[in-house]
Design a protein around this ligand. Structure first.
Ligand SMILES: *Cc1c(COP(=O)(O)O)cnc(C)c1O
Length: 414
């Protein structure tokens, strides 16, 4: 079936049901859902046999290289339903100079900063806003560390929907202004993203908005899943040895793992999987703490979370069990880096390779350096680091040098 043949119901033709990630209980996918009755995230399930028969991976070559490419594996009913701001496939950029210095075979960066609104949050929100629109939602609410707010505001505007965004009061000025500029009602809240989520939850009754909180609706994860589909496609259906991912709510981490399972089930990749490495901060590392304790969930929220990695500043992710399960199943690990290590890593990659990572993206490089030094992986391992946003969204060190063109310039001192 060609993608243009699809129309009709509110959900993609290959979607069979929603599955509670805690109990496995099946629920219908043709109505708008949030959390499962058990309070756990829903996972979208597909007729994978049907997809395997309907499409093969060479068919993709005739389709645009964007996040909608493997449409059979997505919940969208048809191409005309997509709220589309141009979600082009993001490039995989090598770090050859740094790799040579480290004696490493290959370091690759999947640069998600090229997406609309400058971060990979576009993938999750393009999908979630598309599905909310299909189901007739007109008003959205989002608690966010910032980037998800930018994406919500932009996709809501494009869909002709209202949006309300709540963000911690230390969120970058450019981000807050960007959110407001796209017409969202945005408020700085005197707390972290969990406090913002409380504001959203408590306002649902009065405001009648659809709550897009991370993992509390089924579709953002399907949007983030496209990182896994796209990476496999770009690497010739041969996955790397390890993936480093800055993990906050964990949507992308869980989503990519789901993508790999689905790709294997339809016969597009083999059994080989990357080791999945969750990168967090020494100032907020609940997954690292749980991993090191051998636990399968986060026992208590991280107290006094403090880090420049706003995207991973999530004291107690709702998807904690799913994240830790991916780490266990992939024989991966979780690792924390300090803000100082991140600052050095970001500057080094910008200076040596011309690639401007966001702090969260730089954290993956800092973590890779530590793991390489510790022998957790070898120089021959092919790694993919996820740069989750454009470096331009974060502050840079000041630059104060000036020249007076009316005076004689001593060029030797430049
Ligand atoms: C949201 C965000 C993250 C964390 O993403 P999850 O998939 O929710 O774990 C990482 N980096 C940046 C820049 C973000 O905005």
């Amino acid at each position: 079936m060609a993608p243009s043949d699809r129309s009709g119901g509110p959900i993609g033709p290959f979607v069979t049901h929603l599955e509670c990630s805690a109990t496995g209980e099946k629920h219908p996918a043709d109505t708008l859902q949030r959390l499962s009755p058990a309070g756990a995230p829903f996972l979208v399930r597909y007729d994978l046999e049907g997809i395997a028969k309907a499409v093969n991976r060479d068919d993709l070559l005739r389709r645009p290289a964007d996040m909608w490419r493997c449409s059979e594996l997505l919940p969208v009913p048809g191409p005309g339903d997509i709220v589309n701001l141009g979600e082009a496939a993001t490039p995989v950029v090598g770090l050859p100079r740094l790799a040579a210095r480290l004696g490493a075979t290959e370091i690759m960066v999947k640069d998600e900063g090229r997406l609309p609104t400058g971060s990979f949050k576009a993938r999750g929100l393009a999908m979630a806003v598309t599905m909310a629109k299909v189901f007739g939602v007109t008003r959205l609410a989002m608690p966010t560390a910032g980037n998800a707010g930018s994406a919500t505001a932009a996709y809501a505007a494009h869909a002709g929907m209202e949006s309300y965004v709540f963000t911690p009061d230390d969120t970058a000025e450019t981000t807050v202004r960007e959110i407001a500029y796209h017409g969202a009602r945005v408020y700085r809240v005197n707390g972290l993203v969990n406090a913002c989520a409380k504001v959203v939850h408590q306002g649902t009754e009065a405001m009648g908005w659809f709550d897009l909180t991370t993992l509390e609706e089924p579709y953002r994860i399907e949007g983030k899943k496209t990182m896994g589909l796209e990476l496999a496609d770009q690497l010739g259906w041969e996955l790397p040895d390890a993936i480093y991912y800055p993990t906050g709510g964990g949507t992308g981490f869980i989503g990519m793992w789901k993508a790999f399972a689905e790709l294997e089930a339809i016969g597009w990749i083999g059994a080989k999987r990357p080791r999945m490495v969750a990168v967090q901060s020494t100032g907020c590392g609940p997954i690292v703490k749980a991993f090191e304790a051998g636990a399968d969930h986060v026992a208590e929220a991280w107290a006094d979370a403090e880090t420049i990695l706003h995207g991973v500043r999530v004291p107690k992710p709702l998807g904690d069990r799913l994240i830790l399960k991916v780490i266990a199943e992939s024989n991966g690990w979780a690792i924390a880096v300090s803000d100082a290590e991140v600052v050095d890593a970001r500057a080094e990659v910008a200076r040596e390779e011309g690639l401007h990572l966001c702090p969260e993206g730089a954290a993956t490089y800092a973590a890779y350096l530590k793991d390489l030094a510790a022998g957790r992986l070898g120089p021959g391992d092919r790694v993919v680091l996820f740069n989750t946003a454009s470096g331009l969204k974060s502050t840079m060190p000041p630059m104060e040098k000036r020249l007076d063109h009316t005076q004689t310039i001593d060029y030797a001192t430049l």
